[in-house]
Design a protein. Structure first.
Length: 267
């Protein structure tokens, strides 16, 4: 079960997966066996799969059990969309540490506004059970352009993690993002931003994490962020900045651990 080939091949008791037919798949059959059946999976002494996880498995098999498709390339029912959003919320909340969440209390955002944005496939997730700070992701909206940032203005003080990687934004979007004063994490990877736009981020004093992977950013642009004293993690692989370039400016970013796609490069 470690490799796709093994999962597809199956075993002596039948095919682990029957494409587009989950209930004929041994994987699903065994999940539904009584708990005391020796063939029940997972074994009863181990943690059991949740109903939501079973639904996801059935959906995945019904969709053709692809190991390569992205979620946004699949057909999803409302039930599956709800489960996926719930999993994303759980995963993202686990990533946040107490240091990521500002101590300053902040007011709630209108639930109707959040629901309206979610209907546009913008993922908006609270970062904690007792916090009004938010994580916002455009992962399911790859065609998003600069204009969409204006929709976030009413909740910009609440947003501490903004993920715009893989969208159609440009430097114009950075002008808006530069006013999101409480941002601690910002992902701009795989976008058309340039050195000229980075200057717009110089006032994000709380920024700790910045993903610039697969952009045209160079050392001349990045140096404009030297005032960001809380910056610690920066992703620079597939940019114009190389390890040998970083040595030239490392003293201006004493807290930063640059990641060039292989191993962390420390000084």
């Amino acid at each position: 079960m470690d490799l796709p080939e093994g999962i597809i091949k199956g075993g002596k008791n039948g095919k682990t997966i029957v494409l587009q037919n989950p209930f004929e798949s041994e994987l699903i059959k065994r999940i539904y066996l009584p708990m005391n059946d020796e063939h029940h999976m997972p074994p009863k002494e181990q943690s059991q799969i949740t109903p939501a996880e079973v639904q996801l498995l059935q959906w995945w098999i019904g969709e053709g059990a692809s190991f390569d498709k992205k979620v946004n390339q699949t057909i999803q029912t409302q039930a599956i969309q709800a489960i996926l959003k719930g999993l994303e919320a759980k995963r993202e909340n686990a990533i946040f540490s107490n240091n990521d969440i500002p101590d300053t209390k902040i007011g709630e955002v209108s639930d109707s506004l959040i629901q309206r944005l979610r209907k546009m496939n913008i993922a908006i997730v609270p970062v904690g059970d007792e916090s009004n700070y938010l994580s916002v992701s455009f992962a399911a909206l790859p065609l998003a352009t600069d204009d969409v940032l204006e929709l976030l203005y009413p909740l910009k003080k609440n947003i501490i993690w903004l993920k715009l990687g893989g969208t159609k934004i440009s430097d114009n979007a950075l002008h808006h993002i530069g006013t999101f004063e409480n941002l601690t994490r910002l992902s701009l990877d795989h976008t058309a931003i340039t050195d000229a736009g980075l200057m717009e981020l110089k006032n994000l004093k709380n920024l700790r994490y910045l993903n610039l992977a697969n952009t045209s950013i160079s050392i001349d642009g990045f140096i404009k962020l030297k005032s960001l004293s809380n910056l610690t993690s920066v992703y620079l692989y597939q940019t114009q900045i190389k390890k040998e370039d970083w040595i030239k400016i490392a003293d201006k970013f004493p807290k930063v651990e640059p990641d060039f796609g292989d191993t962390r490069f420390r000084f």
